[in-house]
Ligand binder design. Structure first.
Ligand code: XIL
Length: 355
């Protein structure tokens, strides 16, 4: 019987089993998002050790976002990003850069620009950031979350300064500028909310497929499609069907990356044992289906340990005194492996190798 289905956690397993090493044996790149801010907390050294042990790449969770690099017009602050690259290089980790162009999380000063200035910003920002870190980024999220049906724009595109200035062409243009700035980095279009078996998921899947077909026909230099996979206990899923959607993307000759995997446990029981079992089950079902598709070359978790998750930060902000804390990730607040960890180990062990 497997460890995940026994409710016991064999402690020796934890130090002996590295998620990154298991994945690498199958030709899969495994990583997690990383925040330099965590290094400044009391748990900083343990946080750094966990990443050293378990991942092969890190995704910058905040450090390369426009709102962090350029909260005000003028000179950019590369300090936090430089620190992330130094940590990665000291520890032999690759970096996925997140993210260059996003019609969300936009600093106010950008909203005051003319269309011409927005176009200059798009070209200049991509070129400057990619030139600074050229050769140090294995994979770039060039455009993030282009779809947002609630904005009611043609193609269900997300509204914002870049769409207003250039229409849908802002996407292809971003990839052309990125390719000119770095000839070898993997260029990724990253999208959210495609996973669920409900109306919302369907709209996202259909809109994304329409967009990808057009971008392909236009010859936009896109190497891979990132699917975020922020899974949610409150939504329905049909992961074998979702794997079929990934196959459709792969048929357009794109690689597929899972870029922001976590499980929001808000609709699961309060009881921790029961909740952890449900979260583990969701990781297991998701990974078994998704990893059966050979076009999936990389899986990135959105952080590794519960207390460093954006879900936990948001919950703490909303209700600082709440006793219930989210448990969305493979490691707990002591950086100890949970049932989700063992479910992930099993899925990696069972998956067919990439060729
Ligand atoms: C989130 C970070 O995790 C938070 O710390 C931050 O406050 C907001 O952004 N999709 C994305 C990521 O592409 O950039 C988001 O990251 C999570 C959803």
């Amino acid at each position: 019987m497997c460890a995940a289905s026994l409710g016991v956690v064999p402690l020796s397993f934890a130090s002996a089993t590295s998620l990154g090493t298991l994945a690498a044996e199958k030709g899969l790149r495994l990583g997690a998002s990383f925040s330099t801010g965590e290094l400044d907390q009391a748990h900083g050294p343990s946080y750094a050790r966990l990443y050293r042990e378990h991942v092969h790449h890190i995704t910058s969770e905040l450090e390369l976002k426009l709102a962090v690099l350029a909260p005000r017009p003028g000179a950019r602050d590369f300090g936090p990003a430089d620190r992330l690259f130094e940590y990665a290089e000291r520890n032999g980790l690759a970096v996925r850069g997140h993210t260059l162009i996003w019609n969300d999380d936009i600093p106010d000063w950008v909203r005051a620009l003319t269309k011409r200035e927005v176009i200059q910003l798009l070209d200049g920002h991509i070129a400057a950031v990619m030139a600074r870190y050229r050769g140090r980024v294995s994979s770039w999220d060039v455009v993030n979350e282009p779809i947002a049906p609630w904005d009611r724009q043609p193609g269900n595109l997300r509204n914002g300064p870049f769409l207003s200035a250039l229409g849908v062409d802002y996407i292809a243009r971003s990839f052309h500028v990125a390719r000119a700035a770095d000839a070898t980095a993997e260029l990724v279009l990253n999208e959210a909310q495609t996973e669920s078996a409900d109306e919302n998921g369907q709209v996202f899947r259909d809109s994304l497929m329409g967009l990808l077909r057009d971008l392909k026909a236009d010859g936009a230099p896109i190497d891979a499609i990132g699917l975020q996979a922020h899974l949610d206990s409150a939504r329905p899923y049909d992961f074998p069907r979702f794997a079929g959607f990934i196959e459709e993307i792969a048929a357009l000759d794109y690689k597929v990356l899972i870029t922001e995997l976590d499980v929001n446990d808000r609709a699961f029981a309060n009881d921790i044992r029961e909740r952890d079992a449900k979260v583990a089950e969701m990781y297991s079902a998701f990974l078994r289906s998704v990893l059966s598709v050979r076009a999936v070359t990389s899986v990135t978790f959105w952080q590794l340990a519960d207390h460093t998750s954006w879900i936990t930060y948001q919950a703490r902000k909303a209700a600082p005194a709440a006793l219930r804390r989210p448990r969305p990730l493979p490691f707990d607040e002591n950086f100890a492996p949970k049932r989700a960890f063992y479910a992930i180990v099993e899925a990696l062990t069972a998956m067919p190798p990439r060729s």
